[in-house]
Write a protein that binds this ligand. Structure first.
Ligand code: HEC
Ligand code: HEC
Length: 206
């Protein structure tokens, strides 16, 4: 019994070390800028609906782009006025949003960036977990891995932290994309995932 306890907390510590190294794994293919624009952004930006800068309107985009592409990305991620967060599609990654912006700002000539322009941190991870994630991860609602149950996280961790963070962004089975909070960035989601897993491993080690 005692032995069992020991080896369990040892493996929790090993997993923590792995977490800190930031294991990454191959991601599902990201959409190109053109694909995102066609599938999502064009709904407003093709026609100028609600005052959206129109695709092809050099003057309007040049004006918006003056604040810097990073700021444009932050606004498109978190929402601005009549512009819904993530264009209303929370499963789009911050990278995909950045590519779509590059496409619209450069009138289709932009090479896809390999990194998002911005993935702002908008909220403290502990606060986000407490105020939102624990609604399901507190008591394991609908099969959510509990925030104090490292054993439930361990098999999921085999794909790596980055893949789990990505899965929290895009949604997984009964977990909605971005846990239903469209205005959170990829960074917010990733920090919250790491916070919960570290918390579960710490609970286990005690
Ligand atoms: C439901 C309509 C709608 C959709 C869909 C939409 N937008 Fe917008 N967008 C707007 C409106 C309206 C504005 C102008 C907001 C303002 O300036 O108050 C805007 C403004 C923007 C801006 C300028 C922000 C700034 O700081 O000046 C960017 C960048 C942008 N959208 C990107 C996107 C991207 C990328 C997509 C697709 C993923 C998208 N939008 C989808 C309505 C939309
Ligand atoms: C409405 C309920 C609900 C909320 C709120 C919620 N989750 Fe989940 N979450 C679930 C469920 C259910 C699962 C299990 C789905 C499955 O089997 O993969 C899950 C699974 C996950 C997974 C594992 C995904 C995988 O691929 O194995 C991660 C990571 C995760 N949630 C992160 C979060 C974070 C971070 C938050 C807060 C920002 C959050 N969740 C809020 C219900 C929720």
């Amino acid at each position: 019994m005692l032995n069992n306890q020991c080896s369990r907390s040892h493996s929790a510590r090993t997993m923590l070390a792995v977490l800190m190294l930031g294991v990454s794994s191959a991601m599902a293919a990201d959409k190109t800028g053109l694909e995102v624009v066609q599938q999502v952004c064009a709904a407003c930006h093709a026609t100028g609906k609600d005052g959206a800068p129109m695709i092809g309107d050099v003057g309007a985009w040049t004006q918006h782009a003056k604040q810097g592409l990073g700021k444009l990305a932050e606004h498109a991620i978190s929402g601005l006025g009549n512009m819904p967060a993530h264009g209303g599609q929370p499963a789009l990654s911050d990278l995909e949003i950045s590519r779509a912006i590059a496409y619209m700002v450069s009138f289709g000539h932009a090479v896809d960036p390999t990194k998002p322009y911005a993935s702002p941190r908008t909220i403290n991870p502990e606060q986000l977990v407490q105020s939102h994630c624990l609604n399901c991860h507190g008591d394991g609602k609908a099969g959510a891995p509990r925030a104090d149950d490292f054993a439930a996280w361990k098999p999921r961790l085999q794909v790596g932290v980055e893949a789990l963070a990505r899965s929290a962004v895009s949604g997984h089975k009964s977990m909605p994309a971005r846990a239903g909070l469209n205005n959170l960035s990829d960074t917010d989601m990733r920090n919250a995932v790491i916070f919960m897993i570290v918390q579960s491993a710490t609970a286990q080690a005690h």
